[in-house]
Design a protein around this ligand. Structure first.
Ligand code: U2F
Length: 454
């Protein structure tokens, strides 16, 4: 069959935004076995190298776009500065690469599938008269909170600062246990001038015009939020990628086999797995408190920690704990969490980590840092009841011991383990043949196939 759809995929190259988008695209490319769709994947060189890791996939071609660093300069700034430079370079950097892909393939782009942050894709799609499918990389709860930004602002005007701590978002369906203080900072007026907040607010205005909003989750996790968002978008498609694809996320890393072999030797549900995702490193005082608890309690632990953070650990920690602990610069996280020896996940509550923990039935200890993480953490603790937070919100010796004992104990941790296993079952059901994720995936594939770009 001749190729008749050319999908332009536009990635946001920071944090773990691009990796799940590529997982979705790989899955779609594999499912269109008649090879009637091609995907051009537009992303910065650095992010493409990390997520493709030198691999090639049928019907997917990666194109590098300019990251915004002035020519001849080597970038040495922060994560947020890199983001700002990149945003300044959009959409021109994408347009340029898209023209190249069209001329190489001889086919006009027939549909844009983009990170939802890239709101300008709505205008690009309108100008090209093609559908725009937006991929939201976080949870439905944070998407919902952003969609209610205007109402949240008007509510905030009517309450004083002290009330914010505990006041609930009762007017947002499914969020009655969420407090104003749990919301992503970008929603609040104080941060509304930040580049990230401006980008997300523009996205909120454009998303209802998209042909579909897709996210890596499953409908049954939050039926009220799901139904509400279905009423706001033309199509709202929850697709649980981590189970559906079966492929581990392809982010570069090392020590994979070594830590899986180490895990196999540990007792059932005894290991504390620790990771703070792709962006964050806690402050040295917090790392020291966590390290002390692991060391004095002799908790078996596997800690994913970037090499440059190791120097922040207490002196001699690595040697003193080498009999019962392991530190790696990158762990094959989904496989780690699936291992029966893992009893708890200490996490920053990035959405991919929360979803992977649910998919493996591993309870969480939450230490959120920024963005959607506090909201995810509150959902974990107060709504789904599948984990706990830390007293005072940061790692201290006593608070960390308390949280670990709470989860690891047969008695107190029992309800949490039962809850997460029920949620895990719902996630698995969603990817069965007649499950909601499977249906949504098929609907997305049909939508892409019906776009023609001759
Ligand atoms: C941003 O989150 P992060 O990238 O910091 O964190 P996650 O969403 O939890 O994603 C981390 C991914 O990296 C993988 C892990 C997740 O798929 O399995 N990983 C791994 O394989 N090995 C390791 O040693 C460590 C991690 C942002 F900060 C969050 O607030 C957002 O929720 C998130 C999604 O938009 O993006």
């Amino acid at each position: 069959m001749a190729i008749h759809s050319h999908i332009g995929v536009l990635a946001f190259p920071f944090g773990s935004h691009a990796a799940p988008l590529l997982t979705l695209v790989r899955r779609l490319a594999a499912a269109s076995s008649s090879r009637d769709i091609i995907f051009s994947f537009f992303n910065t060189e650095k992010s493409n190298c990390a997520i493709f890791s030198g691999q090639e996939f049928d019907n997917i071609k990666a194109y590098d776009v300019w990251d915004g660093t002035p020519e001849g300069e080597a970038f040495s700034g922060s994560h947020f500065e890199a983001m700002q430079l990149f945003l300044n370079a959009t959409p021109g950097n994408f347009e340029k690469a898209m023209k190249e892909a069209e001329s190489e393939s001889g086919m006009k782009i027939s549909c844009l599938l983009t990170d939802a942050f890239l709101w300008f894709a709505c205008d690009m799609a309108e100008a090209r008269r093609v559908p725009w499918v937006a991929f939201w990389t976080a949870a439905s709860c944070s998407l919902s909170a952003h969609m209610y930004t205007d109402q949240i602002w008007s509510m905030l005007r009517s309450i004083d600062a002290a009330e914010r701590e505990e006041k609930a978002l009762a007017f947002v369906p499914g969020m009655s246990s969420i407090r104003f203080s749990d919301l992503p900072g970008e929603i609040l007026p104080e941060k509304s001038e930040s580049p990230l907040a401006i980008m997300i607010y523009k996205m909120v205005q454009k998303l209802p015009k998209s042909t579909a909003v897709v996210l890596n989750s499953f409908e049954e996790i939050d039926p009220l939020i799901t139904n509400d968002l279905k009423s706001k978008f033309q199509n709202f498609l929850n697709i649980h990628l981590s189970i559906l694809s079966g492929d581990p996320p392809i982010l570069s890393g090392d020590s994979g086999q070594e830590c899986l072999s180490w895990l196999k030797k540990q007792r059932h549900a005894s290991v504390v797995y620790i990771s703070f995702g792709t962006v964050t490193t806690p402050q040295p005082e917090e790392l020291a408190a966590l390290a002390e608890v692991l060391e004095t309690g002799e908790f078996p632990f596997l800690w994913s920690m970037r090499d440059n953070a190791k120097k922040l650990l207490p002196e001699g920690f690595l040697n003193r704990t080498s009999k019962f602990g392991m530190i790696v610069s990158w762990a094959p996280q989904p496989k780690v969490l699936e291992n029966p020896s893992v009893g708890v996940f200490i996490t920053h509550c990035g959405w991919n980590s929360v979803l992977e923990s649910i998919s493996s039935g591993v309870p969480m200890i939450c230490r959120p840092f920024f963005g959607d993480q506090s909201l995810n953490s509150r959902m974990v603790e107060a709504v789904w009841k599948i984990g706990v937070g830390l007293e005072g919100g940061v790692f201290t010796k006593n608070g960390t011991i308390e949280a670990l004992h709470y989860i690891m104990s047969n008695e107190t941790g029992k309800a949490i383990r039962e809850n997460i296993n029920k949620l895990k079952q719902k996630a698995e059901n969603s990817v069965k043949l007649d499950g909601s994720s499977t249906k949504n995936f098929k609907a997305l594939l049909e939508l892409l196939k019906s776009s023609t770009g001759v």
